[in-house]
Design a protein around this ligand. Structure first.
Ligand code: PLP
Length: 455
């Protein structure tokens, strides 16, 4: 890990801003993931595919706020929709139903055949949390199963075996439940069973053995947004969960609107029981959504009986509506931005052009690395990919732990100097704002970075 940037003098403003922030914010960052050594680069403004830091350096952005900004930064159509919405509603939020909630819910039900109904949340985390609560209420079993290496938000039930130390992670075919944070309880680990991704036989064996305990299986259909499920694996998982009556939850927070508009489920032709969305859905504002089958979703309808905040205090909990609330759920500004984003993505040629540009960048990068005789492949689907410095097939978390991440990070640090931004080691997300010139500049910068490293 770099202790000092070779271009520190260029980013002195970031160093100073980070020092200041550290006084009042732990580590100077509002999410741990935003930190990297020796200090993160502090951004000032952005436009299209470009970020500009507090020292005035420009970067072609492949982080795109962890994939959220699929139209690039400050897209005119999104801005217009937000301004218009604020103007028209005369406020920012009401705390009552309003027409955009219906409009967005209808849009999602139209896009995703697996959804009969939708609820909005303020983050992807809240959407997966609600999915799990619904599944547990529906099936009335105490445990859930998730896959090793899959991220569903930072709460205790799923912050298990996301990035475990391999020494504690147990057998590949039957992984241990490993806590990812201090402050978690043993019962969280007991209640979350870990499955091996892309291994249908081992997954099926665990699910069958523990079927009486498991309410739901949750997964990222494309692990970390770039390691795809094998088609036979994900289809087999649908069959087994159907057979055992286990609720299947697709966490499409990353993949929704990014593989195709209809996400991984459209690409694979599979209908999960519940789907969590986020990121792109908010057009750059905080959002999440849960959609799914009526029988599950309707468990939270207040028409079933009061909830604990209103009249339900005296009712048996199983007779009440399942609890779901949030002051800012269905925020009008957020939904206006999200609708404008989705409507733009649905226009003729927009998604196909974005997919073509992603392929062009992947191919260009692979060509450069191979010209220098370096083992490298890009791995991904749709508009997200990662650069893997190995030719070995990558199908799960254990495979990823074998990859040379240090060299990759060294290249990424050089790329920061050369005006290409992603958090060192992170995957690449593409936006409609990335131009042919951006792509060429990125490929050229990789070549310079490789040369610097080799010399
Ligand atoms: N699920 C997946 C697959 C994610 O990638 C993320 C965020 O990166 C989340 C859930 C959590 O979403 P949020 O950060 O909006 O809470």
């Amino acid at each position: 890990v770099a202790q000092e940037y070779s271009f520190e003098s260029k980013i002195a403003g970031s160093a100073k801003a980070h020092e200041q922030a550290k006084q009042v914010i732990p580590g100077g960052v509002t999410a741990n993931i935003k930190h990297f050594a020796p200090h993160p680069i502090v951004m000032d403004h952005a436009s299209g595919s470009r970020l500009t830091d507090v020292d005035g350096n420009q970067y072609i952005d492949y982080l795109l706020s962890y994939g959220a900004m699929i139209l690039g930064h400050g897209h005119e159509r999104v801005k217009e929709a937000v301004y218009q919405q604020m103007e028209q509603c005369g406020s920012f939020v009401f705390g009552t139903p309003h027409h955009l909630e219906y409009k967005m819910a209808q849009k999602l039900v139209d896009i995703f055949p697996s959804m009969d109904q939708v609820r909005f949340t303020n983050s992807g985390l809240e959407a997966t949390l609600l999915a799990i609560r619904l599944a547990q209420a529906y099936n009335d079993k105490p445990k859930i199963a998730k896959f090793e290496g899959h991220y569903h938000g930072g709460y205790d039930q799923v912050l298990v075996s996301v990035n475990p130390n391999i020494d504690n992670a147990g057998e590949q075919a039957e992984p241990n439940s490993v806590a990812e944070s201090s402050g978690m309880s043993d019962s969280d680990l007991d209640d979350t069973i870990i499955l091996p991704f892309n291994d249908l036989e081992a997954t099926g064996a665990i699910l069958r053995k523990r079927q009486d305990e498991i309410s739901a299986v949750i997964l990222e259909p494309v692990q970390s947004g770039f390691v795809p499920a094998d088609e036979s694996f994900i289809k087999g998982l649908r069959q087994i969960t159907d057979e055992l009556g286990i609720v299947l939850i697709f966490d499409e927070v990353k993949t929704g609107f990014r593989l195709t508009v209809g996400g991984a489920q459209h690409l694979y032709g599979i209908e999960p029981d519940l789907t969590a969305l986020g990121k792109v859905l908010g057009g750059g504002f905080p959002v999440g959504a849960l959609g799914g089958k009526f029988d599950l979703m309707n468990l939270m309808s207040p028409e079933r009986g009061g909830d604990i905040l209103t009249s339900g205090g005296g009712q048996k909990v199983t007779d009440r509506a399942l609890f779901h609330s949030g002051t800012y759920n269905g925020h009008p500004t957020v939904l206006a931005a999200g609708l404008a984003t989705i409507e733009y993505l649905e226009e003729d040629g927009v998604m196909s052009d974005l997919l073509r540009k992603t392929e062009q960048l992947r191919h260009g990068l692979e060509t450069v690395y191979h010209r220098y005789g370096l083992p490298m492949q890009t791995v991904g689907l749709g508009t997200i990919f990662n650069i893997i410095l190995s030719q070995e097939t990558v199908r799960n978390y254990r495979d990823l732990t074998e990859i040379d991440l240090e060299t990759r990070k060294q290249i990424d640090y050089e790329l920061l100097d050369l005006g290409i931004y992603t958090k060192p080691g992170n995957r690449y997300s593409m936006s409609t704002a990335h131009t042919e010139q951006d792509i060429q500049k990125t490929i050229d910068a990789h070549e310079v970075a490789i040369n610097r490293l080799l010399n």
